[in-house]
Design a binder for this molecule. Structure first.
Ligand code: ADP
Ligand code: 5GP
Length: 195
């Protein structure tokens, strides 16, 4: 894969911590600067999610076929579904000279560390599990079972974020504007490369 002059940015952390919210804010404030690596997933689309924009929604069969064909940089099982970053998804952002944003789980982080992509890794965290659960409930996207899976995974993601040397920074998303300002400060050198 061709190297990009801007380092990709990985946002990882428990479901409901605010990764998509921060990504949307960056893309709105800096139009054309960032490109999302649109992942493939076997999960069903949520209300308002657009195929090809939020995710490429595929069947398990299609996903397995792509995995076998070596089309992914990384892929992982999360809460009974498979998610994956395709080589094409990253390359299409690199080709536009945009900063590539990746929203991936801890297994994706582990896999990316074995590639030559050299991203900056940010762990986004909610102030507590309780707040996380409240946010997931308020988002009204999960049923009881997927909520439970996400809270269980969240505990593992929180532990993982404490592992020394994994993340370049941990951002606690309590007050959104403060967390967003912190993220912008941490990536200002990458933004300046595009400017
Ligand atoms: P993720 O992409 O990490 O799963 P989202 O960006 O979808 O998380 O955020 C989960 C929910 O919490 C959304 O409904 C979002 O609007 C809300 N949210 C995000 N950040 C905050 C915050 N700082 N305070 C309160 N609610 C927030
Ligand atoms: P959601 O279903 O809430 O959109 O995503 C669930 C989890 O899957 C989140 O932690 C998100 O970061 C992760 N995820 C989304 N896309 C990918 C991907 O391509 N690879 C990996 N490893 N995780 C992903």
């Amino acid at each position: 894969m061709e190297a990009t002059r801007c380092r990709p940015l990985v946002l990882s952390g428990p479901s409901g911590c605010g990764k998509s919210t921060m990504i949307k804010k960056l893309m709105a404030e800096f139009p054309g600067f960032f490109g999302l690596s649109v992942s493939h997933t076997t999960r069903k689309p949520r209300l308002g999610e657009v195929n090809g924009k939020d995710y490429h929604f595929v069947t398990r069969e299609e996903m397995h076929k792509m995995i076998k064909a070596g089309e992914f940089v990384e892929h992982a099982e999360y809460a009974t579904n498979i998610y994956g970053t395709s080589k094409r998804a990253v390359q299409s952002v690199v080709d536009k000279n945009q900063i590539c944003l990746l929203d991936i789980d801890m297994h994706g982080v582990e896999s990316l560390k074995l590639t030559d992509l050299n991203p900056l890794y940010f762990s986004i965290q909610a102030p507590s599990i309780k707040v996380l659960e409240q946010r997931l409930r308020l988002r009204k996207t999960e049923n009881d079972s997927s909520l439970l899976h996400r809270i269980e995974s969240a505990r593992r993601e929180i532990e993982y974020s404490k592992k020394p040397g994994v993340f370049d920074a941990i951002i606690v998303n309590d007050v959104l504007e403060d967390a967003y300002a912190k993220l912008k400060e941490l990536i200002k050198e990458e933004i300046a490369k595009v400017q």
